[in-house]
Write a protein that binds this ligand. Structure first.
Ligand code: SAH
Length: 243
């Protein structure tokens, strides 16, 4: 498939290792005139872009908002209308907790053509790093991906012994996370795993049970929390990788 001028490519760049880029994402990076990227898209990925491409960090760090979503939308649209190949890079997969919905709606309204290039989401990188299967015929039949930001708004609890829960953006107040999950009905004995910087050289993990989560020293961001019996089936892989 060719890469077309005047098009916005909503592209997942995976957890940070360029080896985990799709071939299509790499192809795009080598062709793009403009690269609009989030904070979590690291230098190793940006180094794959064309040397003369215009690079703009449009990341919106929690709290100190540098650029609004509206401004990002306008920037993408303006570059595409000027006939450029626009790479809109998001870490992991662009359609998971990446506000792609708002961008897609804006592009559609503006009549700008776009394509989504999927990526390896953080949950999959974290599971791969720790060596357990998120689903298992032995008893893990449901996978739930949730955002820690809006977890309190939940109306339906995903707890259950056959669920593997992955919480993105868990924050560093583990006591609060522990409490919230236990209020949802998760048992204190449920294995939990924190993975920081999954798929990157500085990757770190910590494994415990939900009842002891609050005793863990917060891991550096970005970190992700995995919860469920499936983690107990890890065959020692997690222990050997534990920091
Ligand atoms: N679209 C991204 C998620 C963006 S939300 C994806 O599909 O992965 C940002 C959250 O993703 C972070 O707060 C963290 O919980 C998680 N995250 C992103 N990259 C990560 C990494 N390399 N290791 C662990 N967690 C990561």
């Amino acid at each position: 498939m060719e890469i077309r001028p005047g098009t916005v490519y909503l592209t997942g760049t995976g957890p940070g290792d360029p080896e985990l880029l799709t071939r299509r994402a790499l192809h795009l990076l080598r062709a793009a005139d403009v690269v609009l990227h989030d904070d979590l898209v690291g230098d190793a990925i940006l180094a794959e872009a064309r040397a003369d491409a215009e690079r703009v960090n449009v990341g919106k760090r929690c709290g100190t908002k540098k650029i609004t979503q509206q401004e990002i939308n306008e920037l993408m649209i303006a570059h595409a209308r000027a006939g450029r190949i626009v790479a809109r890079l998001k870490s992991g997969d662009p359609l998971i907790f990446g506000r792609a919905g708002e961008e897609i709606r804006a592009l559609r309204r503006a009549g700008v053509s776009f394509e989504v290039i999927p990526g390896v989401t953080a949950a999959f990188a974290a599971a791969a790093a720790s060596g357990f299967s998120m689903t298992d015929r032995g008893g893990a039949s449901r996978l739930v991906l949730e955002s820690g930001h809006h977890a309190e708004e939940r109306t339906e609890t995903p707890s259950g012994t056959t669920t593997t829960l992955v919480r993105y953006m868990p924050g560093s107040d583990y006591e609060r996370v522990q409490q919230a999950l236990m209020n949802d009905g998760w048992d204190a004995a449920t294995p939990v795993l924190l993975v920081s910087c999954a798929g990157q050289p500085k990757q770190q993990m910590a494994r415990t049970t939900l009842g002891h989560l609050r005793e863990i020293t917060p891991l550096p961001a970005p970190a992700i929390l995995l919860v469920g019996q499936a983690i107990a089936m890890a065959d020692g892989a997690v222990e050997s990788a534990q920091i």
